[in-house]
Design a protein. Sequence first.
Length: 250
Amino acid sequence: MRIHKLHPRLRPADACLFLDVDGTLIELGPTPHAVTVDTAAVQFLQHARSVLHGALALISGRSLAQLDALFGPNAFPAAGLHGVERRDSLGNLHVHPTEPLPSGLLQELGAIAGRHPGVLVENKGLAVAVHYRQAASLQDMLEREVEVLARRHGGEDLQVQPGSYVLELKPSGITKAHAIEAFMQEAPFAGRTPVFAGDDLTDLHGFEAVQKLGGVSIAVGPRVTAMHAVATPAELRELLTEFLGRGGPT
């Protein structure tokens, strides 16, 4: 795919950058624990943070602890669990008030995984994900069963968020848009034009948020559409590196 320039009149000094992680900044792995963060991705983040004077944040379905494990010793501003938890640019932690996941829910999800090889349950603390990349034929059955469990154990307080071969159960009403909007009210993001890149259904709320703010959305891969599109994380970094290399206003 030929890389098009990102809004030729937009300059780094006027922008801030929000990035999903899995499938966007780095390639998807067969399981959440089998992903690789290559040197190029880390160097890109460090370069972007420097050029943007800190106006960069990761917006992920992973927990903050998982993000720090992937990118450590770097600790970037970030939102984890699709916005349930957030670390601002000063290192302050913000967590939406929510109840712990019911133990009965986790037990029943574990029982489903035990009956179906290839299904993996990932307990993230305030959210839980059912991965089925290795058992894709079970998608319809899993969607039905997980929805029933969510209603039984959480009622309206628990939401099932579909993704790429994953069903995530998380507190209702909290999305990546909330995290982006919160960052946009704080330095160094406030007053800048937001750019958000994502690859999955979980990123659509973020696309809508930045577009309402006059910003730019970028889809990575074929699962979603946005204002700009690239095929791979490597192409995204190429697109954004060109953008970060721009000078002042013309």
